[in-house]
Design a protein around this ligand. Sequence first.
Ligand SMILES: Cc1cc2nc3c(=O)[nH]c(=O)nc-3n(C[C@H](O)[C@H](O)[C@H](O)COP(=O)(O)OP(=O)(O)OC[C@H]3O[C@@H](n4cnc5c(N)ncnc54)[C@H](O)[C@@H]3O)c2cc1C
Length: 431
Amino acid sequence: MTADLLVVGGGVAGLVFARRAALAGLRVRLFEAESVFGGQVSRQDVAGVALDAGAESFATRGGDGPGTVLALLGELGLAGDIVAPAAGSPAWVQERSDRAFPLPAAGLLGIPTILDESLLPALGASGLARARQDAILPPEEGASADTLGALVRARMGDRVVDALVAPVVRGVHSTTPDALPIDSASPRLREEFRRTGSLAAAVASIRSTSPAGSQVAGVRGGVFRLVDALVTDAAAHGAELTAGARVTAVADDGIEVGGRRLRGIPILARPRRAPDPHRRITVVTLVVEAAAWRDAPRGTGVLVGPDVQGVRARALTHLTAKWPWIRESLGQREAVRLSYDGSAAPDAVAAAVRDAEALLGAPVEALLDHTVRTWDRWGRADPEDPVLAVGEERAGTGLSAVVRQAEALATSLTVERASGHSSAERGRMEG
Ligand SMILES: Cc1cc2nc3c(=O)[nH]c(=O)nc-3n(C[C@H](O)[C@H](O)[C@H](O)COP(=O)(O)OP(=O)(O)OC[C@H]3O[C@@H](n4cnc5c(N)ncnc54)[C@H](O)[C@@H]3O)c2cc1C
């Protein structure tokens, strides 16, 4: 069979693209190298319960507008299974071995909106006083900042950056606030700051438009259900999806897979470059008996600062505290997942148990099951690269960005193909 479009890679980006193009009546074939679809959205079975091995939530920015994950889940019949993390239980920061404090519940990337005394453990009296100057500083202060760090330092001072923002940025973006462009941190932050003249007010405004006040959501039963639903729906609309089929060559007018050459327009839904060795992470999931964890001593989890002695984990997510559906599935058992920089150490599981005990402040009574998965990550591709591509390398990390970009490219291609060559295709040929 010849196809209009040949999608290389069956992660969420490739699947979203293939489904949307098939819905528009295009002939689409998709090839995934691994034996299962989904890429970084993947299922694992731990202690008899299916849990996410990769992404376990998605950002809800944009609400359920066009191109969002919420809209996609709705189209796929999963709207009723969208869940918010447990309310009133923010994550904590472990700044030093003897110093931990909760993140502001209504903040954005650690930037607080309510500058009250609940921030004293994190900021101290002088840090809080400095943060409050945000309300009285002239609006020009920080207006020319390029990075999130520069903006927050100018408005709220160094302590807010170092204690609250840096651990979150490290956990979410694997970088420092001073290296993170404001627009990558939050596309609306600059505009809202200009409008309100205050950083706290800008963040409050962004937060108020998030559904249910939460920045992220999950799917009851696991985010990996999105992959199953995409595969089923894309196939139902005529897309031909093949797993276990590695594409070995890509040319302008076709691809090579399984020793055969297929003609069509290639759409890259896998990274073009080698993975960035500095962004490799290992995730250890533990299911344990640990009665004292039941009260969620560190809310939904802990972000670990670089100066914490004796703990190698970068972050801990307390899965049973964060997601009520996991609590229901596991009964009296507790589940956590810890992330580490780099490859799995030989003692990864023992270290994870020790780290979890240290971070949650209570012992594990019995280790019931565990998994260890190492993931490679990629940096951003050259935005001027004319190849038709979807996915993380082009869109940035995270399901929200990836889905939006894949939907947008599929829509622009299908709309424009209806009226002849697409501008994207022309760009590729000229490039
Ligand atoms: C541990 C972890 C936790 C995460 N947590 C979150 C989270 O909570 N929230 C969030 O929004 N995001 C999270 N992410 C990021 C999110 O999962 C990714 O940004 C997103 O899934 C990327 O989708 P993609 O389709 O672009 O890439 P991928 O999922 O990497 O898909 C690319 C696919 O291409 C395939 N492929 C590669 N080479 C070939 C070839 N030659 N031929 C055919 N196929 C090929 C690969 O096997 C893969 O399936 C997390 C990621 C990880 C690893």
